[in-house]
Write a protein that binds this ligand. Structure first.
Ligand SMILES: [Zn+2]
Length: 81
């Protein structure tokens, strides 16, 4: 298999792009563990290779914060025979 990496920015025309992962971060104000579950809180029309801010809300102290993330895609193609 040959891996083709795509480096330019492009949009995925998908309203709800779910991923089977969950990101946890400590609240900067109170230290509570906050979660952004991408299997529920989908990316909406994400742009590949560009910053997508992930939103967090702390239900302990009402703090809101974001972290940066970049969605990347590669394609593995079968070798020539
Ligand atoms: Zn907090």
């Amino acid at each position: 298999m040959k891996k083709i990496e795509i480096n330019e920015e492009f949009d995925i025309e998908m309203k709800r792009f779910y991923l089977p992962i969950s990101i946890k971060r400590e609240c900067s104000k109170c230290g509570n563990i906050c979660e952004h579950d991408l299997s529920i809180n989908y990316l909406s029309y994400p742009t590949i290779n560009k910053n997508n801010e992930l939103y967090f809300y702390c239900d302990n102290c009402d703090n809101e914060f974001t972290i940066n993330s970049v969605l990347r895609i590669s394609l593995d193609v079968e070798d020539e025979k």
